[in-house]
Design a protein around this ligand. Structure first.
Ligand SMILES: [Zn+2]
Ligand SMILES: [Zn+2]
Length: 431
């Protein structure tokens, strides 16, 4: 069956996340968004793991559901349009590996997906010898990523290690500030075990297809949500059985069961362009090259964004339009609350009017993914959402205005022409 899967998010036990990231709220928002399998996140945290064990019960092999009494309570708060949506949990976490290799400090985030509590307990007992798992839902460990990979492989045939958001400058495999230039450099003789990588919000498959190092690997996309509302801002589409092993083997093989990814416009990511947040400076890779990567305001090196870093490591040119044999569907979305914020002429996606309209849409039409991707434009219009219908129609045609993100500042994607004083917008896209 066709399922939408979001493997990477955080609980409220991770630093700088919203207190609303509880298992109950993840369940609730999973249904509102239309996600079918969602990571628990943060299973390395002892208190959170205790909660996971108390509140989730086994459903299909390797998948979990919210305990019946809790589910009943949440379901009673949900509109009928999304109440019966299928929602399962899978055991997932992210680890921050900070270590020195070849005389350089490396900082990498890695995801781990596991089939059962037995392997979670084994992993936690090994990792608790290395660092303090209680300090953060995303634990920081002085452990080589390669060593972590080796530990994960040893847990279970279906234990899965996935380098996370592989392009972010500060904490990733290819990061411009603390990463590597190849998978081999990071994982050496274990490189063959890297079958799946997460492309992150600031890059999309088209950008990643320019890199030979990634040929043959499965590209996945997840929300990395730090609040419940942000769940599913990126996700994966699969045609699989409700079964942990089927999910993992589909991802590893990248066969026809892996259908594709739902993507943020990469320019909306926080590190797409080069720039300095505090100097209000952002530049495309070619503009940045003209100033040798030096900030014209403060004179210090710019934070090199993902677009530039991809150029640096690319084996294929941007215009080559190379598509791998096993390329998958790439669908772009703008979160519904952002579309509503634009229509209401406000920056806030959590204000009263936007929230009211958001829930009105969900109540009348179904989940956010249904609304953004599936429901006929005339049906949206016919239900009294004329402007929303127009906006979504433009989104589906990728007819948008883009201001790229840089140095931790999110980019902005608009469906209607920006006001004159909004500088830095580029017309449309795309690959
Ligand atoms: Zn991360
Ligand atoms: Zn500067």
């Amino acid at each position: 069956m066709k399922l939408i899967v979001d493997l990477h998010l955080h609980s409220h036990y991770s630093r700088s996340t919203s207190p609303d990231l509880t298992l109950e709220n993840i369940y609730k928002w999973g249904k509102i968004k239309g996600i079918n399998i969602i990571g628990t996140a943060d299973f390395t945290h002892p208190l959170y793991l205790q909660e996971i064990k108390e509140k989730l019960i086994p459903a299909e092999p390797g998948l979990f559901t919210l305990r019946e009494d809790l589910a009943k309570e949440i379901d009673s708060q949900l509109p009928a349009s999304v109440r019966s949506n299928l929602m399962r949990f899978i055991l997932s976490t992210e680890i921050s590996n900070i270590y020195s290799k070849n005389e350089k400090v490396r900082k990498m985030h890695n995801m781990v997906i596991l089939p059962d509590f037995k392997s979670v307990d084994s992993l936690n007992s090994i990792l608790s010898q290395i660092g303090n798992l209680k300090a953060d839902g995303r634990p920081i460990l002085g452990l080589d990523s390669k060593k972590l990979l080796e530990i994960v492989i040893g847990l279970d045939e279906y234990a899965q290690f996935i380098p996370a958001h592989i392009w972010t400058p500060w904490f990733s495999l290819y990061g411009s500030r603390s990463g590597f230039n190849s998978i081999e450099e990071a994982f050496e003789e274990l490189s063959d075990h890297i079958k799946i990588v997460e492309t992150g919000l600031s890059s999309d498959p088209f950008m990643n297809w320019r890199i030979k190092d990634l040929d043959g690997l499965t590209l996945i996309s997840d929300s990395d949500a730090h609040s419940a509302q942000k769940l599913g801002r990126e996700a994966n589409m699969l045609d699989i059985d409700l079964d942990y092993q089927d999910l993992i083997s589909a991802l590893r093989s990248n066969d026809e069961r892996m259908l594709g990814t739902i993507e943020f416009f990469p320019q909306e990511g926080k590190y797409h362009y080069d720039g300095h947040r505090s100097c209000n400076v952002f530049m495309s890779p070619s503009q940045s090259a003209k100033v040798n990567g030096i900030c014209p305001v403060c004179g210090k090196p710019l934070i090199i964004g993902v677009d530039n870093r991809v150029n640096e490591l690319a084996d294929r040119s941007r215009g080559e339009d190379f598509k791998p044999k096993k390329h998958k569907l790439v669908e772009y979305i703008i979160p519904l609350a952002e579309i509503l914020a634009e229509l209401n002429n406000t920056k806030s996606t959590t204000g009263k009017r936007v929230t009211e309209q958001y829930h009105k849409l969900i109540n009348s039409l179904g989940s956010e993914f249904e609304i953004l991707r599936k429901i006929d434009i005339n049906t949206i219009k016919g239900n009294g959402f004329k402007e929303v219908a127009q906006a979504i129609s433009k989104l589906r045609q990728r007819d948008v205005y883009i201001k790229p993100g840089y140095d931790g500042v999110y980019g902005i994607i608009k469906v209607f022409p920006p006001k004159e004083h909004d500088k830095g917008f580029q017309l449309g896209l795309l690959n």
